[in-house]
Design a protein around this ligand. Structure first.
Ligand SMILES: [Fe+2]
Length: 349
């Protein structure tokens, strides 16, 4: 398949060590031919704009004609931004701050090794600008990977905590897509099925990582969650989570999940019709049973439910609220201003 993109050189973008340790990187390089592959394996969690610039530099120097992103959301998001910027002048931070991507990027093949971000099927790349202490979202259709290779077997070695974190990220994607002001019927089908699969498979994948049926179910859920948000975007939960990942090294999916119960309560009066459909699909009687099911899931996955558990202090709440409002907050079905978010932060403190 790779040859369909021409005989040129390939840049393989991946995380710092996990993929090399597991031997997958080596296998891919051997398969493609070591002479045509350059490797950028310096992607950190919550990758910075600078990491993308370094990758683009290698890509240009090596005259790569194709990029392969391998790993979780961070390597995939970085690879997508590198592919886009390879043909667009300037630095990554300029595009995060609004510069327009004008030229089509290099073709990209995305190979996820976690079941969470859905990045392999979305037009987003989430990057940080460390000096600003913030995460930014690059959004553009040219960021869609040309090909996504979703092999659930690549996720079997994911440790339990990362399985829980990435799986709960999928739950946030599906719920946010479903209740977004941008909601639409096709995305709703994807989101509903993703939620159904999460309740069926996530706890099993967490407890028995090598259970293929559970990993297949979560890979499908992740892809569907990604397809759902690729149409609707996320809402208030994702921007609210970013300062927690940035300041407290709290995993992205867990940082989203900690807000799910509160936003579920706040949003439910505005989305009764959509939740009623979801209740029918999940064979649940009422919204209380769904809220209870979400809480049980978080408990079984040992996901933190209080901010103090991850080291947040009461004095941090005001600035977390200030920095937790982003572009997609406006898509929340119920208005969420800075003071509303601060109230939620106090509740879950
Ligand atoms: Fe996410």
């Amino acid at each position: 398949m790779v040859d369909g993109f021409g005989p040129g050189r390939i840049l393989l973008v991946t995380g710092k060590s996990a993929m090399r340790k597991s031997g997958i990187t080596g296998k891919i390089i051997q398969e493609l031919g070591p002479e045509r592959v350059a490797v950028f394996d310096q992607v950190e969690p919550n990758p910075s704009a600078l990491t993308v610039d370094r990758g683009v530099e290698i890509c240009r120097r090596e005259k790569s004609g194709l990029i392969i992103g391998l790993g979780g959301g961070s390597p995939l998001d970085s690879a997508k931004a590198m592919a886009a910027l390879a043909n667009n002048p300037g630095q990554a931070w300029e595009y995060l701050e609004g510069k327009e991507l004008k030229h089509p990027g290099l073709p990209l093949i995305a190979v996820p090794t976690t079941s969470g971000s859905g990045s392999e099927v979305t037009p987003f790349s989430i990057l940080t600008i460390p000096e600003k202490h913030l995460k930014f979202s690059l959004r553009h259709p040219i960021l869609y990977p040309r090909v996504a290779i979703i092999d659930p077997l690549l996720t079997v070695s994911l440790p339990p905590r990362q399985t829980a974190a990435t799986g709960l990220d999928v739950l946030a994607h599906a719920l946010e897509s479903l209740w977004s002001k941008n909601h639409q019927p096709l995305a709703a089908l994807f989101a509903e099925r993703a939620i159904e699969l999460i309740f069926l498979h996530l706890v099993r994948a967490y407890r028995s990582g090598d259970d293929p049926a559970a990993r297949i179910g979560m890979s499908e859920a992740s892809m569907l969650g990604g397809l759902a948000i690729s149409q609707t975007g996320t809402t208030a939960i994702h921007p609210a989570s970013y300062p927690l990942t940035f300041d407290f090294d709290f995993e992205h999916g867990l940082a989203c999940a900690i807000f799910i119960p509160s936003f579920f309560q706040i949003n439910r009066p505005a989305i009764g019709d959509r939740l009623a459909r979801l209740l029918r699909i999940l064979d649940l009687k009422n919204l209380e049973s769904l809220a209870g099911k979400i809480q049980t899931l978080m408990r079984e996955l040992e996901a933190p439910i209080r901010l103090r558990e991850i080291g947040v202090k009461e004095k941090d709440l005001s600035q977390l609220a200030e920095r937790g409002i982003g572009k997609s907050t406006a898509l929340n079905p119920v208005e969420c201003r800075r003071e509303d978010l601060e109230k939620i932060l106090k509740e879950i403190f």
